[in-house]
Ligand binder design. Structure first.
Ligand SMILES: Cc1cc2nc3c(=O)[nH]c(=O)nc-3n(C[C@H](O)[C@H](O)[C@H](O)COP(=O)(O)OP(=O)(O)OC[C@H]3O[C@@H](n4cnc5c(N)ncnc54)[C@H](O)[C@@H]3O)c2cc1C
Length: 597
């Protein structure tokens, strides 16, 4: 069976030494987040996910979910018991607001827990994960009555939630939605339509499921400007809060899919189901974006998570499996062959994996801090900068994080050779589960366009300018440590390529918008390299200052990984800039018929 142990040591390093949660003790929610407290939460989160969820990961993959003749859906063996433990321990309440029963703790801590959930069992993690997205939309746009009615029980985990956007003819382009919502005399709406691919659409884990559904009201504009958001509970909730009748919503089928088999991805049929408007009519997209932004960061963390769990299994295998001899002479002459670890090409994959994982973990948890600072920082200027930066970095964490997460997962499968392709060893599951994260919550090409087409230009380019300055300032600080000096020098170059690419878009995208579309993906990757490089420079400085400390090998490894980023990751920036500057000429030159055989 695959191994998993939550990477608590590295999480503690990031939270305590890089993000420095304790230094924000003056902000609401951070006052309780002392080092002792966060360390204890991290250790307990590691125990729960490693001991309770990880053993169910292969079970979920093999069994999948079942839709029964009466239309009910059950989850794989053990999921319900594990969900009860999740609820009883209050894991869903970590970052939720205290007024609705949450603990109000920092998002950086919540993101660390999300990472462990994804590593140990991504399919399971999606049941409370989707609920968290629904909670954030109700919090932001729901009425006081809706908040009081739904939030406490969603936050406690008694009920879960879903996001219903996709329809057969409507994927990325939400303007194509056909689901209708007819106003009723009692103030509710009758919702009718079919949604597909709905994660956690039905299950046996909770007593009720609060579906958030995008639909159009009569006479609404036939575009994204005519979309409204509705709360449609699986079971209607009476005035006194008790559960009433079943609503007219049912599961048509469960999709057969490549991975995350333990999560029920459902076709949902709404047949005049009772729904209630969230926010204003025709303003549903704005509410949905709140939910989607939270979910996009969560999906980026899934990329990191699959990379980490696959990496742990590759490391274990590279130490056990013996094939061939080291190029520099036998390392274990008493045995007939050396472990895989001695081969530089195996090490290349492991080092690339380790460096991506630790850089991305730092970026995600720093992203969690930015989420909180954007609401809670003391001054308007600080709140605005945090909001700008997390807005800019969200498509990068989602797009670059999941692209690289998938690449690392396949590299780790490669370390296992042919045995990685054999199902019983479990490496294939990490690859299959990682693949979906590049597709849902906005396919990565759409993330790239959100970044290059929308986020770059917002407020006159304020966010990307803030990012350039952050990197410039970090690089400008001198250091007599060789590794820090090298990382600073290479990161400054990466920032230069990023600035030049941004300028190129400014000069060439207006005349031909395809130039932007053709370079957007490379730009997202370039910004991903720059953002993880910023994390590596900060981590290298901490490691250099620690001067070994009590754990010399931990900090020494940080410096080696930082150099690895500088020597192996940073050089891609120049090539990406050339790709961006190549524009759309070849990409759009051929007519569609020229692509046929
Ligand atoms: C397992 C699974 C779970 C899911 N869970 C949910 C869920 O819980 N709720 C929900 O509502 N949906 C869910 N989805 C749907 C998912 O979000 C969509 O599949 C995704 O948004 C893409 O839509 P599509 O599949 O229709 O692809 P299309 O929109 O048809 O796009 C196909 C390809 O074209 C590209 N493309 C399309 N438009 C553009 C553009 N403007 N610019 C650049 N490229 C473009 C896309 O990048 C994509 O690669 C889930 C899907 C799966 C497979």
């Amino acid at each position: 069976m695959p191994v998993y142990k939550a990477p608590t040591r590295d999480t503690r390093f990031v939270l305590n030494e890089l993000v420095r949660l304790e230094s924000y003790a003056n902000l609401p929610g951070f006052e309780g987040a002392t080092r002792d407290m966060t360390d204890a939460v991290i250790e307990e989160a590691g125990r729960f996910t490693s001991e309770v969820l990880a053993p169910l990961n292969q079970v979920g993959d093999r069994e999948g979910c079942t839709r029964h003749a009466d239309g009910s859906v059950t989850t794989p063996t053990g999921f319900k018991q594990a969900y009860n433990q999740f609820r009883e321990a209050g894991w869903g309440t970590l970052t939720a607001p205290q007024e609705f029963g949450g603990q109000g703790l920092p998002h950086a801590l919540g993101f660390a827990f999300e990472e462990y959930m994804g590593e140990s069992n991504q399919a399971f993690a999606m049941y409370p994960g989707l609920a968290a997205g629904a909670i954030s939309a109700i919090l932001a746009k729901g009425s006081d009555e809706q908040k009081a009615k739904y939030l406490p029980r969603m936050i406690s985990g008694e009920w879960t939630g879903t996001m219903n956007l996709t329809e057969p003819q409507c994927g990325t382009d939400l303007g194509l939605i056909r689901t209708r919502a007819e106003p009723q005399a009692d103030g509710s709406y009758a919702v009718t339509g079919t949604k597909i691919f709905i994660s956690a659409g039905d299950h046996d884990l909770a007593d009720n499921i609060i579906h958030l559904v995008l639909a159009k009201t009569p006479g609404a504009p036939d575009s994204t400007k005519g979309i409204s958001l509705f709360i449609v509970p699986k079971v209607l909730v009476n005035e006194d809060g008790s559960l009433g009748e079943r609503n007219a919503v049912s599961v048509g089928s469960i999709e057969h899919k490549m991975g995350i088999h333990g999560n029920a991805t459902c076709v949902m049929n709404y047949d005049g189901a009772k729904g209630w408007l969230v926010g204003e009519e025709n303003k549903g997209l704005a509410a949905m974006f709140i939910m989607m932004n939270a979910a996009r960061l969560g999906v980026g963390i899934q990329g990191l998570a699959q990379a980490e769990v696959a990496y742990q299994n590759a490391v274990a295998y590279a130490g056990e499996r013996r094939q061939g001899r080291s190029l520099t002479g036998a390392k274990d002459p008493a045995a007939k062959a050396d472990p895989l670890f001695v081969h530089p090409d195996v090490r290349r994959m492991l080092m690339d994996g380790k460096t991506f994982i630790e850089g991305m973990r730092a970026l995600c948890l720093w992203g969690g801090l930015l989420v909180d600072l954007s609401h809670k920082a003391a001054t308007e200027a600080e709140r605005q900068e945090a909001d700008d930066l997390i807005g800019l970095l969200t498509p990068v964490i989602k797009g670059y994080g999941t692209d690289m997460g998938y690449k690392v997962a396949t590299d780790m499968q490669q370390v296992w050779g042919g045995h990685g392709y054999i199902v019983e060893n479990g490496m294939d599951q990490f690859v299959r589960d990682a693949r979906i994260a590049m597709i849902y919550e906005g396919a990565n090409g759409v993330q790239a366009m959100d970044l290059a087409g929308r986020k770059l230009a917002l407020n006159g380019g304020r966010a990307i300018q803030a990012f350039f300055k952050l990197v410039d300032d970090e690089c400008a600080e001198g250091s007599d440590n060789d590794a820090v000096g090298l990382v600073a020098e290479r990161l400054a170059k990466v920032n230069g390529e990023l600035k030049a690419s941004t300028m190129w878009f400014m000069s060439n995208a207006m005349a031909n918008p395809d130039n932007l579309g053709a370079g957007a993906y490379a730009y997202m990757t370039l910004l991903g390299i720059a953002a993880t490089g910023l994390m590596w420079l900060r981590m290298a400085k901490i490691a250099a200052r620690a001067d070994g400390g009590e754990e010399p090998s931990f900090y020494a490894a940080k410096l080696v990984c930082a150099k690895h980023w500088a020597l192996r990751s940073a050089p891609h920036a120049g090539a990406l800039r050339r790709e961006i500057e190549a524009g759309a000429d070849t990409i759009m030159a051929l007519p569609p018929e020229a692509f046929a055989a």
